[in-house]
Design a protein. Structure first.
Length: 232
């Protein structure tokens, strides 16, 4: 693109005029300085008002987002796309050991101890996440059976898994006769993890462990014999 001499002169004249206008505005502000006390007070009031308004807006946005997430979770739960609750039931005596198995299996869960066996309360409730979790655990811990109990759209299902394969299914009333009372309460929505924590239940979180810590816990529970080992 090329400019003629007349266009260049017009452009230069425009720049010079803008410069002169800017200089005139600067001198005008210098000749008429505002009151510092007034500006300071006004600025302080404006800042406080702005902070209060922004804080209120942030709170409103967070509350709206939280309500939206709750509604989405409830909707997915009603549709059956997201389980309301899912637990892996074992006969392990130690919830700490179960949390170590969860960590090695890449399962995020809170593990609760009971006389009937440790139970892992799963965090991933989307889609077939619970089924994938119990499959992974029973593959990683070869020879350990586990029962997956899931509440989807208020429909309870319980299935035993061994070495990653689904096996026998159980009617919930039959299952609950052989589990701790809190399992039934969780599955029916009568209680939740917050209530169990306040009741001083023995709970271990797999999120608190890394692989080394998990292996150390498993080693504490492993007995070695002649060419064999077993978990106690």
């Amino acid at each position: 693109m090329h400019f003629s001499e007349e266009e260049l002169e017009a452009a230069m004249a425009g720049f010079e005029q803008e410069f002169k206008d800017a200089e005139a505005s600067k001198h005008e502000r210098a000749d008429n300085p505002p009151s510092e006390a007034f500006d300071s007070s006004e600025a302080s009031d404006n800042a406080e008002s702005s902070e209060s308004s922004e804080s209120s807006e942030v709170d409103d946005m967070l509350n709206a987002a939280e309500d939206s997430l709750k509604f989405e979770d409830e909707l997915q739960g009603l549709l059956g796309n997201r389980a309301k609750v899912a637990v892996i039931i074992t006969r392990l005596t130690s919830p700490r050991l179960l949390s170590a198995f969860c960590e090695l299996s890449d399962i995020s869960a809170q593990c609760i101890g009971s006389a009937q066996g440790a139970v892992a309360v799963l965090r991933n409730l989307d889609g077939d996440g619970p089924e994938a979790a119990v499959k992974d655990m029973t593959i990683v811990v070869a020879g350990m059976p586990a029962i997956l109990a899931v509440n989807r759209a208020d429909k309870l299902e319980a299935t035993m898994y061994v070495e990653g394969r689904a096996g026998k299914t159980f009617a919930p009333p039959v299952l609950f006769t052989s589990t701790a009372p809190f399992v039934e309460d969780l599955m029916l929505g009568i209680t939740d993890m917050n209530a169990l924590e306040q009741a001083d239940m023995t709970i271990f979180d797999s999120a608190d462990l890394d692989r080394d810590a998990a292996m150390s816990i498993i080693a504490e529970h492993t007995r070695f014999g002649r060419g064999t080992s077993s978990i106690s």
